[in-house]
Design a protein around this ligand. Structure first.
Ligand code: ATP
Length: 363
């Protein structure tokens, strides 16, 4: 097991900077997930670790070895891609043995290791098939098996589940988690799927436009996002953002008033007329409940879309007489009609406050 350390990594493609200021260290045996919207630089970071991409500047260590100039095949990392990248003319067994054969491992040792790994992934009955005779999920497991059989020091995954259908994706995600718990191999995993990020990661690295926005344990990043981008990226439906102005000790959102809590007033030096973005998670809004205490205030909204999901109901609404959208997530089935007006409870202590220019979280 080894740690992976990136120090101030930058990668430019001609004049375009794909990633910069990338510094983090994945400790021995941890599972880190890189997340962010399309084009934020996730794959470039992963490919740089693999040695498939060369950093324009910065240092990369695997274990204590500086690997900047060490070619991919000597880095002892195993990469699993979205499209599995299996050799079509080889059987499953040959695909899984490939990395070991390249390293001239003894044929008997190879056979034994392939069998052991195949058993652990329930692939033993498929060893003589060719990739095109397998389902997507099976191909993905073979790709995984090939990485495990190599006994690489580091696993790199680039959206390995994105070609699987929903059920298989859930199952394989759980398998991956278990596998990591058993093997404890240092892993860097790229996805734009926040469920994968939240459920698999020891720590997540949230990226946007080539830069790190925040690093932390999934739950703490969710609870304490560093800025508006992180806040709205993690969570589905995303956090509601209400543009507001601070006036006379209150926040004014369109024509409605949300009191500024004492805690916020003490913590921040808001000036009269200052523009901020208020953030509130859809699960922190509630309807049809009496107001329990004075911290709870009501917003008036008009229902636009109702999405019953069985276990919960998603409601898309807009603030009355405005285009500001509000998503509401409620447990159970809720009967509502389009155009209904709702009085929406919110606890002022649940509000996040962002600088409306920089997006930085103020509170
Ligand atoms: P996705 O989720 O869509 O795969 P990503 O977060 O993995 O995106 P990257 O593929 O790392 O993003 O790309 C980061 C940026 O670098 C993008 O703007 C992309 O267009 C650019 N880029 C990546 N590879 C190259 C290349 N070979 N030549 C030029 N630009 C590139």
């Amino acid at each position: 097991m080894v740690k992976v350390r990136l120090e101030d990594i930058k990668r430019k493609f001609n004049n375009v900077t794909a990633i910069e200021d990338i510094t983090f260290e994945v400790p021995d045996g941890e599972f880190w997930v890189l997340v962010g919207p399309s084009g934020c630089g996730k794959s470039t970071i992963l490919r740089t670790i693999a040695g498939l991409e060369t950093a324009t500047s910065g240092n990369l260590y695997i274990g204590d070895v500086l690997v900047n100039t060490i070619p991919a095949r000597q880095r002892d990392v195993a990469m699993v891609f979205q499209n599995y990248a299996l050799y079509p003319h080889m059987t499953v067994a040959e695909n899984m043995a490939f990395g070991l054969r390249m390293r001239k491992v003894d044929a008997n040792v190879i056979r034994q290791r392939v069998e052991t790994v195949a058993r652990s992934l329930s692939l033993e009955h498929l060893l003589e098939r060719k990739p095109k005779q397998l389902s997507g999920g099976q191909q993905q497991r073979v790709a995984l098996g090939r990485a495990i059989a190599r006994e690489a020091q580091v696993f790199l995954f680039d959206e390995p589940l994105s070609n699987l259908d929903a059920q298989l994706r859930d199952d394989t995600r759980a398998e991956l988690k278990q596998l990591h718990q058993n093997l404890g191999i240092t892993t860097v995993y790229v996805t734009h799927d926040q469920v994968e990020a939240m459920t698999l990661a020891d720590r997540i690295v949230v990226l946007n436009q080539g830069r790190i926005q925040q690093i932390g344990e999934p739950q703490s990043v969710y609870a304490q996002p560093a800025n508006r981008m992180v806040a709205t990226f993690l969570g589905n439906p995303p956090m509601n953002i209400l543009p507001a102005k601070y006036k006379n000790g209150n926040f004014v959102v369109e024509n409605q008033i949300i009191p500024c809590s004492v805690h916020v007033r003490n913590a921040l030096h808001l000036v009269e007329g200052q523009a901020v973005d208020l953030g509130i998670r859809p699960e922190d809004l509630f309807i049809n409940e009496p107001q329990k205490n004075e911290e709870v205030i009501a917003l008036t909204v008009e229902v636009k879309v109702v999405e019953p999901l069985g276990r919960e109901t998603l409601i898309r609404a807009s603030l009355l007489s405005s285009s500001v959208q509000v998503n509401i997530q409620q447990a159970g089935a809720i009967r509502l009609r389009l155009g209904d007006r709702l009085s929406l409870g919110l606890d002022v202590n649940q509000l996040f406050i962002f600088d409306s220019n920089t997006g930085d979280r103020l509170y």
